[in-house]
Write a protein of this length. Structure first.
Lengths: 314, 661
């Protein structure tokens, strides 16, 4: 029943794109439990007032009914017209939680907005920022498997400001995240052939120039090839390569035993550790090799691992 | 449960709401039930302050069972208004000790609303309305506080929100109240709620009425169709008493009604009776008929309603001030109204026989006794001394000090002593004109007792012995007559015209409330619709009016409901952009990087004549956009800024053009 209603509603409201204005036609409203009891009370007052010709009881019944109607309109209006500005996700390791943050422009306090989903794990509403009417709602989802993760249909609900009605809408947002393989495995990094001792070097120091690549967020201005930029080239970054022999090689093909997932987990472990120690490393996957260091490099490596051998996103 | 389940703010409101609802029933509910409510409130209060734990599951169950049994023991039932209210009161109190989640708290708030409803069904007088309003407001405030989770929702804010919402809902309530069609009568009747009886009873001990004279409560209000009879003729007939045991007069067993013919014009009036708890109706002197509630006349002219008057009612009456009997008195009637208790009051009887011997006819004797009462030095007193077993003897020969009941009792005794049928009539005399309400108000202090005697050639004749003892009583109220005895408030009103006006105004309002609001029934509805020019409306048209009105109201509520503030935020930005555009039109070049402060400073130098309004506008913008207000500007501020901007545009247009000319 619920599923059928959900399918009907989703078909009705069409695909959601950000920023999303919550149009009245996609907002549903029903009395809460307290609301039903309140209605019962009003009915009792009405019947009693009608039967005994008691104007005072009737007036009270009508007044409370008016109150309930105002509550209904105000509850609906508190969601209708609200804007969903951003929906952000953070990547997670398998076994951890994907955090979905929704930024909503609404007159309601963050505490009054509840966002849930069917396979939810927990909701964490964060306090709203003080100067604006933006509310940040956060929701954690269990990430069980590596790969691309897509947010399920979410349910945004409020019963503010009176608790007599609850109004809700379904959010079918195209929000996705990447779930990295869980860092696991105790194997040592295999020595690269021709290594002369594995002296560790700091990243980006006196190493030889490996080439130029396009600029990405997080790159140091010192690495930017300003001369090339001055000549009219796009913003390029000089990429250095540490001493080849000293750079650890995380090679998928060198991990002989264990299944694919175990190997990816081991690689994930190494990448995480290397990044934590601020090292440079090279990740080699069949048909692919990534050299570099720093958080951006870590992210790219982990993403590669997450999506390794998966069907491309539809 | 260690920490309280409900936030402090809603807890305080909830307890206030329940306390207010309990107060509504405090005087009618059994004392133990009120005690239970107070105890529960104190317990919950101590609990919220962290001093006391709430009872566990088992004690709670035992408490609930004990309270249920207590209610049943008090009333022998749990149905009916009184028992139901008490049950709601004690069970709400029990629930107050069981608040573990917001849902429990909501149950308490709804129980408080239920108590309010029960109070409305029980009593509807105007002076209780403020109490009802307060209780309702607190209940809705508590519900609101429980409804929203925002920490900014303090008890005060919740009350303000609830109050504002109630005000917004009021037009809808009034619309429905006026136009929702009423039923012609009750579908089922309210079980008697054991209302206390007040006012005149159906028996009288001679001193009894004097106790009533201290009460300023309204007995009923009367509006005459046509001129009102003078005060000395406004005898309002209540219980007619026949049986006398020497101390107390009681209603007699039925005899045959005596048909009469009117000797004066009919007097028509509309009488609004306050609840008495008795089943008799009041009417002027000789009542021809009463239309309104189901009723029947007794043989002695008293009118009995088919049901006790537990809530205010109104009816129309037709009476005559002078009548003549058409048939001789029936034998049963003569026997009933000539009997005297055994050997009581021998001296008064002897006196009666002596006086009768002095005159030739019964008619003369009636006057002779009145003369005796006048000459014997009787005095009218509000606090007469107690009388012994031979009460009439005591009055006539010893104390000579009495109230109307004493004189009526003595007079009837002396009539019966010589075989003239006579009876005591109790009721009210007079009534004060309320110019604001256009009616006479008869208070309990106007209670009176007089006599009726049967003369063969005339029938029942009204004789008021009090009139010869204290003739002024017929012209003025008791309070003006008895300086020492009457109630303090009663005397206050006599001596202060200002206070009297105030009381008249209050009474007129109370009467309006009773008539137009509480008793707004099918007939009243039809009358009002007629006056609105909507004569001959049927249900379909009423429904149409209701629907149209409700839609209008709904649209109004819809547009003023706070919504996602996007539009308003934009409005502020747009105002600022409009301001910039205006300045640019007036020749100021503004760079994209310039902030509001720089712009306003440069604009003020550019247009020195308007430096002040420009600075003010910019400051307001800065305040709302970047200030500590931490909120979006309310609509009123936006309107004001828009107005300022328009004024600025007009003023600068003038300033801009004048140098060119």
């Amino acid at each position: 029943m619920n599923q059928r209603m959900l399918r009907w509603a989703l078909r009705r409201q069409g695909p959601d794109a950000l920023p999303l204005r919550l149009a009245p036609r996609r907002i549903y409203i029903l009395p809460t439990r307290a609301g039903w009891t309140f209605a019962l009370l009003i009915a009792a007052m009405f019947i009693a007032g009608m039967n005994y010709g008691n104007g005072l009881a009737l007036l009270l019944a009508f007044w409370l009914a008016g109150f309930a109607l105002v509550a209904m309109i105000r509850t609906q209006r508190s969601l209708a017209g609200a804007q969903l500005l951003r929906a952000a996700t953070s990547p997670a390791f398998a076994g951890d939680c994907v955090l979905v943050s929704l930024e909503i422009q609404s007159p309601l306090a963050a505490e009054d907005l509840q966002v849930t989903a069917q396979d939810l794990d927990g909701v964490e509403p964060a306090p709203s920022s003080s100067h604006t009417d933006l509310r940040l709602l956060q929701l954690r989802f269990h990430a069980r498997k590596r790969g691309r993760w897509r947010a399920p249909v979410m349910h945004l609900q409020t019963s503010a400001p009176f608790g007599l009605f609850r109004t809700w809408t379904w959010l079918a947002l195209d929000v996705s995240s990447v779930v990295y393989p869980r860092p696991q495995g105790e194997r040592r990094v295999p020595e690269a052939p021709g290594s002369d001792g594995g002296s560790k070097r700091l990243a980006g120091s006196l190493d030889e120039l490996a080439g130029l690549r396009s600029w990405r967020e997080g790159d140091s201005p010192r690495q930017v090839a300003w001369k090339a930029y001055a000549r009219g080239a796009p913003l390029l970054v000089r990429e250095y390569q540490g001493h080849t022999a000293a750079t650890p090689q995380f090679d998928y093909s060198l991990l002989k035993d264990g299944d694919r997932e175990a190997r990816l987990s081991q690689l994930s472990r190494w990448v995480v550790d290397a990044a934590a120690q601020n090292q440079s490393w090279t990740l080699r996957l069949p048909g692919d090799a990534l050299h570099g260091h720093g958080p951006e490099h870590r992210r790219r490596c982990l993403e590669k691992l997450a999506l390794f051998d998966m069907e491309p996103a539809p | 449960m260690n920490a309280s389940a409900l936030p402090r703010r809603s807890g305080v409101l909830l307890m206030l709401a329940f306390a207010a609802a309990a107060v509504l029933h405090a005087d009618r509910a059994p004392p133990w039930a009120v005690g239970v409510a107070v105890l529960a409130l104190v317990w919950q209060w101590l609990h919220q302050r962290g001093r006391l734990a709430l009872p566990g599951t088992v004690p709670r169950a035992l408490i609930a069972i004990a309270l249920l049994l207590g209610t049943v023991a008090s009333y022998r039932t749990i149905s009916g208004l009184a028992a139901g209210s008490t049950l709601l009161l004690v069970m709400g109190a029990a629930k107050l000790l069981e608040i573990r989640q917001p849902r429990d708290a909501r149950v308490v708030a709804l129980a408080a609303l239920g108590l309010l409803l029960a109070a409305c069904l029980d009593r509807q007088s105007l002076q209780r309305v403020p109490l009802y309003l307060l209780a309702g407001w607190l209940c809705m405030g508590a519900l609101t506080a429980l409804g929203g989770g925002a920490p900014s929702l303090t008890a005060r804010r919740a009350l303000a929100t609830a109050g504002r919402t109630l005000l917004i809902a009021l037009p809808f309530a009034l619309l429905c109240f006026v136009f929702v069609p009423r039923l012609p009568g009750a579908l089922w009747s309210l079980p008697a709620s054991g209302n206390a009886q007040r006012g005149l009873g159906d028996e009288m001990t001679p001193g009894g009425i004097s106790q009533l004279s201290t009460s300023e409560d309204v007995a009923f209000r009367v509006r005459f169709d046509g001129p009102a009879p003078p005060m000395s003729q406004r005898y309002w007939r209540g219980p007619v008493l026949h049986d006398f045991d020497g101390e107390t007069w009681r209603r007699g067993r039925s005899a045959v009604a005596q048909p009469f013919e009117p000797l004066s014009a009919a007097v028509q009036y509309h009488l609004m009776l306050e609840p008495t708890g008795h089943n008799f109706l009041f009417g002027l002197d000789t009542i021809a008929r009463i239309t309104g509630p189901r009723n029947f006349p007794r043989f002695d002219g008293q009118v009995i309603a088919s049901r006790s008057i537990t809530s205010a009612i109104a009816y129309d009456g037709v009476s005559y001030l002078r009548v003549r009997a058409l048939t001789p008195l029936s034998l049963t009637g003569r026997r009933l109204d000539t009997q005297l208790p055994g050997q009581r009051n021998p001296r008064a009887r002897a006196l009666a026989r002596q006086l009768r011997a002095e005159v030739g006819s019964d008619r003369d004797y009636v006057q002779q006794v009145l003369r005796y009462f006048h000459d014997a030095g009787f005095e009218y007193s509000h606090t007469p001394p107690l009388l012994g077993a031979d009460s009439v003897d005591d009055l006539v020969f010893r104390t000579r000090l009495g109230f109307c009941g004493h004189f009526a009792s003595a007079y009837v005794t002396m009539m019966r002593a010589v075989g003239i049928p006579a009876r005591v009539v109790t009721g009210y005399l007079g009534g004060a004109w309320n110019p604001l309400g256009g009616y006479y108000v008869v208070r309990q202090s106007d209670a009176h007792a007089w006599a009726e005697v049967w003369l063969e050639d005339a029938g029942w004749l009204r004789v008021d012995p009090t009139a010869v003892v204290a003739p002024e009583r017929l012209e003025r109220g008791v309070n003006e007559l008895l300086e020492s005895g009457a109630s303090l408030t009663g005397r206050l009103f006599v001596h202060s015209p200002w206070l009297r006006d105030l009381r008249n105004a209050w009474d007129a309002t109370a009467a309006w409330w009773q008539q137009r609001v509480v008793d707004y029934n099918q007939a009243a509805q039809r009358g009002l619709l007629d006056r609105l020019g909507l004569d001959d409306v049927d249900y379909a048209r009423l429904a149409l009016i209701l629907l149209a009105g409700a839609l209008l109201w709904g649209a109004w509520v819809y547009t003023r409901a706070p919504r996602a503030a996007v539009a308003q935020a934009d409005a502020l930005g747009q105002l600022w952009l409009g301001f910039i555009a205006l300045l640019q039109r007036r020749g100021l070049t503004i760079a994209a990087h310039e902030g509001p402060h720089t712009i306003s400073r440069r604009a003020a130098t550019h247009l020195p004549a308007l430096a002040q309004p420009i600075r003010e506008f910019a400051e307001r913008y800065v305040d709302w956009r970047f200030g500590t207000a931490a909120a979006l500007p309310p609509a009123a501020v936006l309107r004001r800024m828009r107005r300022e901007l328009r004024r600025l545009a007009r003023a600068t247009r003038a300033a801009h053009r004048s140098p060119a000319r």
